[in-house]
Design a protein around this ligand. Sequence first.
Ligand SMILES: C[S@@+](CC[C@H](N)C(=O)[O-])C[C@H]1O[C@@H](n2cnc3c(N)ncnc32)[C@H](O)[C@@H]1O
Length: 324
Amino acid sequence: MGAALGAGEALGVLGARRGGSGATEMATVGELLNLGTGRLRAAGSESPRLDAELLLGWAIRADRTALVAHSEAPVGADATAAYEEAVSRREAGEPVAYIRGLKEFYGLAFAVDARALIPRPETELLVAEAERDVAWRLTSAPRPAGTPKVRVVDVGTGSGAIAIALATLLRRRRMLPEVSILTVDCAADALSLARENAVAHAVADEVVFAEADLVPPSEPPFDLILANLPYIPSGEIERLPVAASFEPRTALDGGPAGLDVIRRLLAALPDALAPQGTALLEIGFDQGAAVERAVGELPAAWTCRIRADLSGRPRLAVVERARA
Ligand SMILES: C[S@@+](CC[C@H](N)C(=O)[O-])C[C@H]1O[C@@H](n2cnc3c(N)ncnc32)[C@H](O)[C@@H]1O
């Protein structure tokens, strides 16, 4: 390889350059990372180096550790071209996860594309609470033969991240046979992605999919309702980072105050939730008080506890019937 690229050196494509003989040389990993980082920084990315590493790693099918360890390695023409296209898409604001077609959630790799919201790290709290709740239901009292399965529904499943992560955790604990999991979304596109992810994680036989508005009325009540429904106020959507404009609006838009869909689900709880059931609802970090008020306005008596995430921000509403 020749020396590292100097400032102002002419580039044909992102990484290929002309050597002294006129032959095209291959750029190294380190050179491509520096070039991509510079372009993404100029385009306004908040994490240009990380983006460049993820995109180059995807293009050459290597993890980030390998990129650091082999910064002098030359990159072939096809991979350089794929990286070039990926950097251009990222410059236009497309999320890295959509470009790679992949997002890690709860230690699992999920396929992601414009059919559904990219699962967010803050939603892992909901999965952890759901696992704890199911385990408690299965272990806190004897379960003689014939005891019905614990019924769980993931409302607004999107990529299927919540339901599939939960199913995977329960399978590891050998609890999955005692649990039924329904996933619901009003968007057929999202459901098709969720099905693909369930197949990829080998839980497609354990998870049932339904296209419906919130909880299908034909379903018997659930022990556990999980929901990460849209909760962004409509007026704030245009102010979100440009990456969000690539995600489906139905996954984000919660109406004027952000709580339209969550309020409708709260109103459905008396029929949808079993007497000892629990609803775990992800909420915006500034919506705790509003959700508590919304629960207080329900006709019957319900309790609402707000749980904070690891950074102390309110993230989860735990809603149950008030005990007499
Ligand atoms: C914020 S995304 C969450 C996706 C996924 N659960 C996650 O956590 O990554 C909300 C999802 O709810 C779905 N949704 C919105 N309104 C709905 C409704 N009334 N009934 C069912 N699903 C709905 C959207 O299509 C979208 O997939």
